[in-house]
Design a protein around this ligand. Structure first.
Ligand code: ATP
Ligand code: ZN
Length: 297
């Protein structure tokens, strides 16, 4: 029988496949607390909440450029499209999946993608703001703590003018860094680039860095292992152009602040131990949003 103490621990349980884990009850309570904290961080902005399923239209992901940029990470959904006679031949053989064909869905790679398509054709006269949270999938090539294939991401997303998106991203970068710091995490903020596949890789990455499109908030999640636990991104007018929405008559810009829930949890567990109930009171209060991080200054 599990004793009470073990049941409280926030832990990940490995499965038979790398990058897919099970979560203890204690871990899920920590995730629920983190969601409260993230909600409190955004409480002063009128975000529209959208619930997002873990799959997304393949056409949309192709239009958004993800399939081209990250073919190695994208999980596609295939299914059997053959005849019953063909199935009788394949069924029960090791080759049963030979006739599987790609369909119209892929696994959602980031929580914010469905949002941009909802803006298609809109002429924004003020910023649009969305709060989303979803199970995401990326076919990661390596398994280390915090590098999951199925993981949860919460995001705040905005669309509007270039000036709005740049200011918004800067404000959110500072806000998230302050929140994480107030939970006694050692955060480094770094300009990042997305690992990118294909011939244009070096040019693309250099441009991404030079334009400071992506900032990562990096924290140690296990001994000697530092990972991005959140990011603050500007996409310029990429999605405004693809999905043809405007802000004040110009192609719309977008920005997002993304929180990797498992990684934030792992960073906290690494810093404070596996029993969240025992963590210092100020850390718990900031974690759940009961006390604003700024109030501790
Ligand atoms: P963009 O919108 O620019 O495509 P994003 O901000 O939506 O990117 P990322 O910055 O790539 O997405 O990811 C956001 C956060 O999700 C990361 O900071 C990280 O915490 C978490 N994350 C990403 N990949 C993984 C993974 N393999 N396992 C666990 N968490 C992950
Ligand atoms: Zn995003």
């Amino acid at each position: 029988m599990t004793d009470l103490r073990t049941a409280e621990a926030a832990t990940l349980l490995p499965t038979d496949t790398p990058g897919v884990v099970l979560y203890s009850g204690g871990f899920e309570r920590l995730i629920a607390d983190l969601r409260l904290g993230i909600e409190a961080l955004g409480a002063d902005e009128p975000f529209e909440r959208l619930a997002i399923p873990p799959v997304i239209s393949r056409a949309l992901v192709e239009r958004a450029g993800y399939a081209k940029a990250f073919p190695h990470l994208l999980g596609t959904v295939h299914s059997f499209t053959g005849t019953p006679a063909e199935w009788r031949e394949l069924s029960g053989t090791p080759d049963w999946h030979r006739e599987q064909r790609i369909g119209d869905l892929v696994l959602l790679p980031a929580a914010c993608y469905p949002v941009y398509a909802t803006l298609e054709g809109r002429e924004l006269t003020g910023p649009a703001r969305f709060a989303v949270s979803a199970h995401c999938f990326r076919q990661e090539g390596s398994a280390e703590p915090g590098r999951l294939r199925s993981f949860r991401m919460s995001e705040y997303v905005t669309a509007g003018t270039q000036a709005h998106c740049e200011d918004w991203r800067a404000a959110w970068l500072a806000r998230v860094a302050e929140w994480l710091g107030a939970m006694d995490l050692k955060v480094s903020v770094e300009v990042a680039d997305d690992p990118f596949f294909g011939r244009a890789r070096k040019v693309f990455q250099a441009a991404q860095r030079a334009q400071e499109l992506k900032y990562e908030l990096r924290v140690e999640v296990a001994d000697g292992l530092v990972q991005a636990i959140a990011s603050a991104n500007c996409h310029k007018d990429t999605f405004g152009t693809v999905f043809e929405f405007t802000a004040d008559g110009e192609p719309g810009h977008t920005a997002c602040a993304a929180f990797g829930l498992e990684r934030i949890a792992l960073a906290l567990i690494h810093a404070h131990g596996p029993y969240p109930a025992d963590w210092p009171q100020p850390v718990r209060e900031v974690l759940t949003g009961a006390v604003a991080a700024g109030a501790l200054r």
